[in-house]
Design a binder for this molecule. Sequence first.
Ligand code: SF4
Length: 484
Amino acid sequence: MPIRNLTPTTEVPSPSLEEVPLSSFDLFTVGIGPSSSHTVGPMRAAASFAADLAEHGMLDTVASLTVRLYGSLAATGAGHGTMSAVLIGLEGRLPDQVLPAEMETILARIESSGTLKLAGIHELAFREADIALHPLTVLDGHPNGMKFAAIAADGEPVLEATYFSIGGGFIYREGDNRDGSSATADAPIADPLPFRTAAQLLAHCRNEGLSFSGVMLRNELARRTQAEVNSGLLHIRDVMDECKNNSLERTGNLPGTLNVRRRAPDWHRRLREEDPNRDPAFWQEWVNLVALAVNEENASGGRVVTAPTNGAAGIIPAVLFYAVHYAPGMKDADQAKKDDATVRFLLASAAVGVLYKRMASISGAEVGCQGEVGSASSMAAAGLAEILGGTPEQVENAAEIAMEHNLGLTCDPIGGLVQIPCIERNAIAAAKAINAAKMALWGDGTHRVSLDEVIITMAETGKDMSSRYKETSMGGLAVNVVEC
Ligand code: SF4
């Protein structure tokens, strides 16, 4: 049966995203663990608020601050490092500009002095305990809401703003568009091959004779040179590698009350002994290792690439590792060939990430873990299928299979920490992605359920899911497992 050129008829969220170009560099960003929506997004929101005060010359008039966190941010903020992220953001620092060690120094200074430097300049009394938490209140707009207010000495507000952290580190301010762009700003440069559905993406592939990565590249080239795209994506790969390598050097338990033991360093030692020559029989163990290492680093508050979120950050690096080490012809390939495969893998993955961002959500607080781990698994499956030589139809099929078997996945992190089930879940989802790509490559691209149908199903399943399973730690493993 041929693939239907399906146009979704079901209402899907975020229609305002339709016109807005989404780049690979929006989906893959350098951030700080443990959570893109609860750490990276709040840091960006706080930094944006501080920058607005600075840009409008208001800093000197600010005598006090109020910060309120709502819904999921308040419910699991402690385990996700949200309050620390807000403080760092209020100091004017962004997730890609601050190293974890610097964050510790800044937070220790704020705690001991009881003051912070707003936008890095204006000192005023404020510390973590001053952040008000409202876990049972959900603002209109998104479960991850934040309100900031800067107050003058006479009690009058200087500036007030409400922000939402909508997954993957993306934020928007109330009054702006949901993609974060200002409602009044000039329109960004449009994609030459715009798409919001897989059917549209496939149509571009057929009409232009392009792969998924080729369509994504054509759109990237509207805003960047080919050299910039290549170097930017290889930098993303390098940060993923650095994240894994940092993790393998660490010892002891992960932070928090769960006393979760780091497994990646021990597994690495064992693998180097048992598989010194990269025998293909050990591919699964290496993929597991990469996923665990990245997610243990994320859980430690380390530097990670949101791919497309922090909680799911290990899946794409693990499957990319498989692609450049175990795909046919890759074991002895030179670096140029591996780099080329890496760029194509990340572009194809990003093309699928665009679909999830536009048609559904990548926020665990909005649609559960299917939106984070499921989306990452689906993106990785597409990237691998393309490197394995899949046609656009087979790549679409791979992405569809991976999400189909992540539907309904709930978010119930124990203790609000991005550790259990998150870390192992990344390794399992990486294996699913590899299997999905292999299954798709053994077919001819025709299949019964389209990627669009499965994405819409994910969005609707997320909408129906109880809030107890959407990053609130009020259900599932979070309430059935004793924390200590
Ligand atoms: S369960 Fe999934 S969505 Fe929830 S925090 Fe863990 S990785 Fe993120």
